[in-house]
Design a protein around this ligand. Structure first.
Ligand code: DGL
Length: 270
């Protein structure tokens, strides 16, 4: 394996770009190949079997591109498919759940942690299980917040409607007196300002993408696999549908122009 080989990242669609953004702020020289399954999004409302099947196909697509490490940016896929992916692929595989849970446990003082995510992530209690495995004394409160995904994609980051919905969703966490809230879905960091406004200064927000990027950096450092080039890394994006819309949203998410977006026929993945 070579230092200049790319890092592969997949998500159910565009949300994983929040992870790309974090990753490139820590590791700007890394080459990245991203796959967004825009033809089959959302994963968050699908069965575990389907999410596992799609995740294997997504990872297969990236593994053929000589990647040195695979990041499962999608929290839903990380929740249900991480073990299968680790077993099936002869690659380091880093998901969102363990890094996010560990960072939350570092931050919490009262051991009362909230988790928000898709129906699948919350239904599988992925974060809750991980948190309790590491520290059984942790109290975990979970809630699915599906409307946050389209709001983030619409760019309604500071909209009154988003604030109202956030208040409705997050109200119960205040009663539970959490001091830490895990943003357990790729899209939620985009709404962090409003979530912070609703939860107040005393609740630490955990961005799993940041936590996972640090794990990736340590992993590459520890194995001498960090790209030592002083050039900015190249980023190639592949999507299974509507590359034009992906490009538009991606440029808004990342705050820069992106060049390479290619469509992959979903039949090629199967
Ligand atoms: N990427 C998904 C996640 O992080 C959210 C969108 C979806 O439901 O596919 O869970």
């Amino acid at each position: 394996m070579n230092r200049t080989n790319p890092i592969g990242i997949f998500d159910s669609g565009i949300g994983g770009l929040t992870v790309v953004k974090r990753l490139t702020s820590f590791l700007p020289n890394e080459n990245v190949i991203y796959f967004g399954d825009t033809a089959r999004v959302p994963y968050g409302s699908k069965s575990n079997e389907t999410v596992i099947e799609y995740s294997i196909q997504d990872a297969q697509f990236l593994s053929k591109k000589n990647i040195k490490l695979l990041i499962v940016a999608c929290n839903t896929a990380s929740s249900v498919a991480i073990d299968v992916l680790k077993e099936k692929f002869n690659l380091p595989v880093i998901g969102m759940i363990e890094p996010g849970a560990k960072l939350a446990l570092e931050k919490t003082k009262n051991k009362r942690i909230g988790v928000i995510g898709t129906y699948a992530t919350i239904g599988n209690s992925a974060y809750a299980k991980q948190l309790r495995t590491i520290d059984p004394a942790t109290q975990v409160f979970e809630k699915a917040c599906p409307l946050f995904v389209p709001l983030a994609e619409e760019g309604w980051t500071h909209h009154d409607a988003t604030k109202l919905i956030a208040e409705e969703y997050l109200e119960e966490f205040k009663r539970h007196e959490i001091d830490t809230l895990i943003l357990g879905c790729t899209h939620y960091p985009i709404l962090a300002d409003i979530i912070h406004e609703v939860m107040g200064d005393d609740v630490a927000l955990i961005d799993s993408g940041t936590a996972a990027s640090l794990v990736v950096e340590n992993h590459l450092d520890g194995r001498g696999l960090k790209n030592s080039s002083n050039m900015l890394g190249t980023h190639h994006f592949f999507v299974s549908d509507v590359p034009k819309k992906f490009k538009e949203i991606a440029e808004r998410f990342l705050g820069r122009e992106i060049e390479h977006v290619e469509r992959v026929d979903p039949d090629e993945l199967v």
